[in-house]
Design a protein around this ligand. Structure first.
Ligand code: ZN
Length: 159
């Protein structure tokens, strides 16, 4: 059983440099915590308000979104440059889930940059129909398109 989990992490304000400790969600179980899923969908789960200057800043730590019964079964979010952490986090996740991990359960990597977009969309439907059109918000649309390709490959591989 994978439950939602946070831990205290030090974060530094991008504006004034003030460092403080914030509760940072590391694992979100969407079935158990729909409130946290909403924070993933609107991007606020990695947004913090500085305790000195009050400005909001982002802190892009890896995040696991566990989505029991859905597709994909789990998503590991990191910054693009930290993509090499994905295989380790994915295998830890399967270990934690143990018997709760379904046969054919899919875990995918997602860059933080498309988190709010992707979690508001129907990933399963987009796998069949989504295309990048000229004039789309190009970089993000392309990144999401690449994510869907990863999803298709994972599904074909039955992983
Ligand atoms: Zn500040």
């Amino acid at each position: 059983m994978i439950t939602s989990e946070s831990k205290p992490e030090e974060a530094q304000c991008h504006y004034c440099g003030y460092s403080a400790t914030y509760d940072m969600w590391m694992i979100v179980n969407t079935a158990e915590r729909p409130d946290l899923l909403r924070q993933v969908q609107n991007g606020t789960i990695r947004k913090f308000a500085c305790r000195r200057c009050g400005k909001e800043f982002w802190m892009m730590m890896p995040l696991v979104v566990y989505n029991p019964g859905g597709f994909p079964h789990a998503v590991v979010l990191t910054l693009d440059r930290d993509r090499n952490m994905f295989p380790t986090l994915a295998s830890l996740l399967r270990d934690w889930a143990g018997e709760d991990w379904p046969p054919g359960g899919t875990v995918l990597w997602m860059p933080h940059s498309i988190m709010p977009v992707a979690f508001k969309r129907d990933i399963r439907a987009d796998m069949a129909t989504y295309t990048v059109r000229p004039g789309d918000d190009a970089p993000q649309a392309q990144v999401y398109f690449d994510f869907l390709e990863q999803a298709r490959q994972a599904e074909r591989a039955g992983s």
